[in-house]
Design a protein around this ligand. Structure first.
Ligand code: NIG
Ligand code: FE
Length: 412
């Protein structure tokens, strides 16, 4: 790992080792004429150039940022990165008016990706994911959370977790990969009309088999999928097995997913398009990160999640893409930022916090990534511009010039 010095930078970063809540989300440190010094992949100094310690430039790579903005690397804390096949036909059906849940109920949707994923080799799943990782890296993503959930039997779920593990441990990787077990993504066709049978299989076989092979457990808590009581049983079993918890909550209908996430001490609850006011209050009280996914609302033509209500209630909001082959086939960070600002009432500052420090909290890493501070890993992006307000203004377009992961330039 080499050393790196960036001069002439405009540093823009949230500050701290814990998520920023409520109006703290809009408070960024902005340091013009700044220097960042990186040693062995860790930030050693950040501050005005005049205060920088003297250092030997010979053993370091030196970058002149020419006044450009430097942000912490983006963290995409909710993706379904591993999957077989694609579902372009479903997209057309949805555009002609059929609903996402209707397609799912007649055997398409998640089940159709399950059919394709079960037939795919681990090597092929990895190769496909790498292509998406290259695109993410170009948009400044330095940590991605990746879920299983298209196997829905023990063997295929373990194959997906193995694919995630191999991506996460590749020494040449362009970003960090956080692993989530999503065996509770849907009831597979073998258990049609027998949700209880699948819940029992999860508890007796799949959760024990996945134990230690993923950091997080996630579940699609939804009407006609896993409703509140089944979700509670599964989340309890997962927590007992040592998983940290996440939920797909209140995505399609108001079901009490946010309340359940709060009750269970989940790290995050995600989607929340139809969250209740009580759910918002409980998540703020219990410090559950609200991970909002505007690209999904956009793609499903659903209302956006109430970001302002969460922030005004003092909650910590994160933003993520939800990249997946069904409800949201997009991993666009630029469009996520634009939608959050244009349609969800978030300020540019809030979206930056939501994609960095708060997203780090959503994957339980706020103490090591998510801000540009001494001691944190040197995951940095250099924008083409000297003003961070270009991010939503250049709608849907990539403002990232250079991505640095662990002190190493991985995209330029
Ligand atoms: O986050 N809602 C459940 N899971 C995904 C969609 C998965 C799929 O359609 O393949 C989501 O929206
Ligand atoms: Fe999702």
């Amino acid at each position: 790992m080499s050393n790196l010095i960036i001069n002439n930078a405009t540093i823009v970063t949230p500050v701290g080792n814990s998520p920023r809540r409520g109006n703290e989300m809009s408070r960024l440190a902005i340091i013009p004429h700044a220097t960042v010094i990186v040693r062995d992949g860790i930030i050693e100094f950040v501050g005005p150039t005049k205060d920088a310690p003297s250092h030997s430039q010979d053993e370091s790579k030196v970058i002149d940022a020419e006044g450009r903005v430097i942000l912490p690397g983006f963290i995409d804390s909710h993706t379904h990165l591993i999957f077989g096949g694609y579902r372009p036909d479903e997209f057309s059906w949805r555009m002609s008016g059929e609903s996402y849940m209707n397609i799912m109920q007649r055997g398409g949707g998640i089940q159709s990706t399950v059919n394709a994923t079960r037939h795919e080799s681990c090597d092929n799943l990895i190769a496909k994911a790498r292509w998406f990782i290259d695109r993410m890296s170009e948009m400044g993503v330095t940590t991605v959370e990746a879920k299983s959930g298209y196997g829905l039997d023990t063997e295929s779920e373990l194959k997906m977790l193995e694919a995630i593990h191999r991506l996460a441990t590749d020494p040449d990787r362009k970003l960090d990969v956080v692993s989530t077990f999503l065996g509770a993504h849907a009831v597979p066709k073998e258990y049609k009309d027998n949700t209880e049978g699948y819940v029992n299989l999860m508890i007796n076989e799949m959760i024990p088999a996945a134990k230690g092979k993923a950091e997080f457990f996630d579940i699609f808590t939804e009407k006609n999928v896993f409703e509140i009581n089944d979700s509670r049983r599964l989340l309890n079993a997962a927590r007992d097995a040592g998983f940290k918890l996440k939920l797909h909550a209140d995505e399609i209908v108001t079901l009490g997913g946010a309340e359940l996430a709060s009750e269970m001490g989940a790290v995050s609850a995600d989607h929340l398009l139809h969250v209740s006011d009580e759910g918002i209050r409980m998540m703020a009280d219990r410090n559950v990160v609200a991970t909002l996914l505007p690209l999904t609302a956009f793609s499903l033509k659903e209302p956006y999640a109430p970001a302002r209500k969460f922030i005004d209630a003092g909650a910590a909001v994160a933003l993520a893409t939800d990249l997946n082959p069904g409800s949201c086939f997009s991993g666009s960070i630029p469009l996520t930022i634009a939608l959050a600002c244009i349609y969800m009432g978030m300020s540019v500052e809030e979206t930056i916090t939501a994609l960095t420090l708060n997203a780090a909290a959503a994957v339980d890493r706020a103490d090591t990534i998510g801000s540009i501070e001494p001691g944190k890993r040197a995951d940095l992006i250099i924008l083409h511009f000297d003003n961070f307000r270009m991010l939503p203004y250049y709608v849907g377009m990539n403002c990232v010039k250079t991505t640095i992961f662990n002190g190493r330039i991985v995209y330029d």
